[in-house]
Design a protein. Sequence first.
Length: 234
Amino acid sequence: MEKVDFYVHGYFKLNFLGADVYITTTHVCLAIVMAILIIFAIVANRKIKKADPTKPPKGFVNILELLVETVDNLVLGNMGKTLAPRFKNYIGVLFTLIIVCNLSGLFGLRPPTADYGVTLPLALITFAMIQYQGVKWNAKGKFKGLFEPFFLFLPVNIISELATPVSLSLRLFANILSGTMMMGLIYGLLPKLALIGWPAALHGYLDVFAGALQAYVFAMLTMVFVKNATELED
């Protein structure tokens, strides 16, 4: 029986403002994911520039066009004509980053989203957007809502607002971490002969299905929360 390994390792230590900071598996895996996305973006940009705009897109360019149209329509359907042009790029990048992080477990990496230090900043960015857009488009309603149904509910409403980034980050983090831990236990506790074939089905569910679902849920909630904060009617 092998030792159970959840793939959390510290590689080397840095001194930052007098404090010891460790470069861990999460940093390395996140750097690999970012490198993959940057390379993909560069290749996609060159392919699009070389494509003939007078002819129907083919192959890789056609796939890119399909993906962009899908994201644009999804954002438009959830955020409306006013907000969609402002947020379609962000939602597209957010969804792509999260789903690639979630799927990285298929290739032997530890999903960066299994670390709360990754999911919390993403949720805080969304939270900042919710507050900013709410004040920008509906300042009166935003502040009035903190005192509804009457002023004694102010602490409750503030806690409700602060719960948004916590619930967003914990949902993504817990789902991906649980899958990572389950696979770590399976590979660590079972003998080699018992690991032939069937773990692929678990990877299909925990990495592919759950990973894609959680990326979609995070992006969808981001759109819904921002839209609700503005109270815009398109």
